[in-house]
Ligand binder design. Structure first.
Ligand SMILES: Cc1cc2nc3c(=O)[nH]c(=O)nc-3n(C[C@H](O)[C@H](O)[C@H](O)COP(=O)(O)OP(=O)(O)OC[C@H]3O[C@@H](n4cnc5c(N)ncnc54)[C@H](O)[C@@H]3O)c2cc1C
Length: 432
């Protein structure tokens, strides 16, 4: 049987944006989703969800929502995962998107058919199926495959990656060590202080802490005009942060050996609060695990019951041949034009493979808008489509916005939201 639909893999924010934009462009599509409904990782019951009971947006609602579907005014500035799941269900219902997805169905393989199309193999309630599609839009998320470091020695207590963490009751009465102080690590540390006997946070480097509110407004709603040059923005924002949150070094963190925005900032008003109250303590990097103890690089040793690995996630596209994404192996990211288009196949697109401060779901929506515009232009504006193809085959544009990002795995697909969104929007305009 021949199908000329585009396959959308995943019904999270990126997959819904893909479905919606294909729909708007009049392009037929069919979706596959492993969970029983839409919402992606915001559905805490989804099999790949990595949100926890206390999870809320880190960016505020107005900088995160889809522009065409604003959240209701009554919704809080930083809504909980439950509210966000309702939002995505409402979005899908408004545009009749859920009917286009087959749920509880996992794509286990997607490969070019050899004649310009794609074959998608899935497993679900109907068994294993192979279907032909015109192309594939991959939107399977970036935060589900845990990055688990190996440590010297062994630990007698419980070791838990943040991906498996749901509720702080697991910490009741326990001595907890959280390794890594990214956004999830800090959220979980704050959760733990209300239940655990003690909570320590082990860090390798210093961090910049951005409070959720500045001058009484969600911090990310300030400075939304024309982006300031990096040096000026870094100078102003680090000054403002020092005034508002104080110096994290005072609370035991190492001094960052990089400037603000050269790594993903931690948006959390409560970690420093709890450090100031003695509910939390900062420890250095781990040297080795030693039975019921953990030894740190400064030579100190402390006993713990639970170690939480807040060590992030790997990009993971297990159903695709890595060569199709020009994947350079673990510790790096696929080499894609605008983090979307591969040089290897004109009908394969990756959505949501962006990490950026403040990119929001609208940034992901615009990726889908670009893909739909390109597919439509292949018929309606073939010259413009060919010009984009030439750029896909050419050198990669600078999406750093002039910031020098740290050479960490999670920064390998990091972009500056302003540079990225204007590059994507410019491509959309050229196709119209
Ligand atoms: C605690 C936490 C807080 C966050 N806060 C923010 C925030 O404040 N602002 C922000 O912009 N982002 C935030 N994020 C990032 C979050 O990843 C995005 O908001 C958004 O969910 C990304 O959407 P996505 O559709 O790309 O991926 P996901 O939401 O991960 O959805 C991917 C979907 O694909 C499905 N899937 C995976 N593999 C397959 C397969 N093989 N076959 C079929 N289906 C498959 C999954 O089941 C899932 O439903 C946060 C993440 C976490 C964990």
């Amino acid at each position: 049987m021949t199908h000329d639909t585009y396959a959308v893999i995943g019904a999270g924010p990126s997959g819904l944006a893909a479905a919606r934009n294909l729909q708007k462009a009049g392009l037929p599509w069919e979706g596959y989703e492993l969970a029983s409904g839409v919402g992606g990782l915001w559905d805490i019951d989804g099999p790949r969800s990595t949100v926890y009971e206390s999870a809320h947006l880190i960016s505020s609602k107005r900088t995160t929502e889809f522009t065409e579907f604003p959240m209701r005014d009554e919704v809080a500035d930083y809504p909980s995962h439950r509210e966000l799941l309702t939002y995505f269900r409402d979005f899908a219902a408004t545009h009749s998107l859920a009917d286009g997805f087959t749920f509880e169905t996992e794509v286990v393989q997607a490969r070019p058919s050899g004649d310009g199309g794609w074959l998608v193999v899935s497993e679900g309630p109907g068994g294993r199926q192979e279907r032909r599609h015109a192309g594939v839009l991959v939107a399977n998320g970036t935060l589900s495959e845990p990055s688990v470091p190996t440590f010297a020695g062994s630990f007698d207590g419980e070791v838990l990656h943040t991906s498996a963490y749901k509720s702080p009751t697991v910490f009741a009465g326990k001595r907890v060590l959280i390794i890594g102080a990214g956004n999830s690590g800090c959220d979980i540390a704050v959760d733990a202080v209300h239940h655990a006997a003690s909570v320590d946070l082990s860090v390798r480097r210093g961090y910049y802490f951005v409070p959720k509110y500045l001058f009484g407004k969600p911090a990310d709603t300030l400075n939304q005009g024309k982006p300031l040059p990096p040096r000026i923005k870094q100078a102003i924002d680090s000054r403002v942060l020092k005034l508002f949150t104080g110096d994290p070094v005072r609370f035991g963190f190492p001094k960052p050996d990089y400037k603000i925005y050269e790594s993903h900032p931690v948006v959390n008003s409560l970690v420093l609060h709890h450090l100031g109250h003695g509910d939390l303590a900062v420890r250095p990097d781990v040297r080795r695990l030693a039975g019921g103890n953990v030894e740190f690089v400064d030579g100190s040793t402390r006993p713990y019951d639970v170690v939480v690995l807040a060590t992030g996630y790997h990009l993971h596209y297990p159903f695709l041949d890595p060569a199709l994404l020009r994947w350079q192996g673990r510790g790096s990211a696929p080499d894609l034009y605008l983090n979307i288009f591969t040089q290897e196949d004109p009908n394969l697109f990756v959505l949501g493979m962006i990490e950026a401060s403040g990119i929001g779901w609208q940034g992901r929506y615009e990726q889908a808008e670009l893909v739909a515009a390109y597919l439509a232009a292949r018929t309606s504006a073939p010259d413009a489509a060919r010009e984009l193809e030439a750029r896909i085959a050419g050198p990669r544009p600078d999406l750093s916005g002039g910031y020098r990002y740290l050479g960490l795995e999670r920064m390998s697909y990091y972009v500056n939201k302003d540079a990225y969104r204007s590059a994507v929007r410019a491509e959309i305009e050229r196709l119209r």
